[in-house]
Design a protein around this ligand. Sequence first.
Ligand code: DX5
Ligand code: ZN
Length: 230
Amino acid sequence: MAADLIAPSILSADFARLGEEVENVLASGADIVHFDVMDNHYVPNLTIGPLVCEALRKHGVTAPIDVHLMVKPVDRIIPDFAAAGADYITFHPEASEHIDRTLQLIRSQGCKSGLVFNPATPLSYLDYVMDKVDMVLLMSVNPGFGGQSFIPATMGKLRQARQMIEASGCDIRLEIDGGVKVDNIAEIKAAGADTFVSGSGIFGKGRDSDPNRYDSIIREMREAMAGVGR
Ligand code: DX5
Ligand code: ZN
C-alpha cells in the first residue's frame, strides 16, 4: 500500500510569512506542499503564481510542491511552473481544450501530471488517459476557497476512482482536496485516498502552543489513519 501523504494547502497559511510557514509545517511532519493557483476566471478567486513557487524553492524548500491549477487556459503557464520548481502539476479537464495534450505537456516538462475532478465532474475523463496520469485529485468542495465543508458524495466517488486506478495497474496517487480534518480523514482513507490536502484543518486550527508548530494536528491525522486500510 502506498504511503499516506499529508499535503497542507498553503492557501490557509499566513502569506506575510509564507517561507517560514511552509518550513514549519514540513518540520512538523507534513509530506508535500499543496499550492493552489487561482485566476479569477476559472474560479472566482485570485491567488499565487510561479514567482511564489520559485521563491519557496529559493527559500530552501526541498519537499515536493503539488501545484493545483485552477486557471483557464492552462497550457501557457505549465512550463513556467516547471521552471519554478513544481513536482506535480494538476489541472481541471474543463479548463483545457485538449486534455491529452496538456497531460503530455506536463510530463514533457519533467513534472508529474494530474487531473482534478470537481464534485459534479464525471471520472470518465480518465478513460483514455490513465497511462498519462500520475495523480487523480478529487475535489470534495467546489474549488475557489478554503474552509468549506466536505461534500459527502465524494466518498463513493473515491471508491470508484480507487477501483479504476487498481484496475489500470498504473502507479497513480489518489488525492482528496476540501474539508479534510482529523475527524473525517480515516473514513476518507478507507474510501481509497492516499494523499490528503488540508488547508484550514492544519493552518486554521492546528497551531500548537507554539504558533509556528503544527506537530500535534499532523500527529492526530496520522493516528486517526493508523491501522485503516484502503
Ligand atoms: C480549494 C483548494 C483547496 C483548499 C482546501 O479550491 O483547492 O486546496 O485550500 O482548503 P480546506 O482544507 O480548508 O477545505
Ligand atoms: Zn487545492
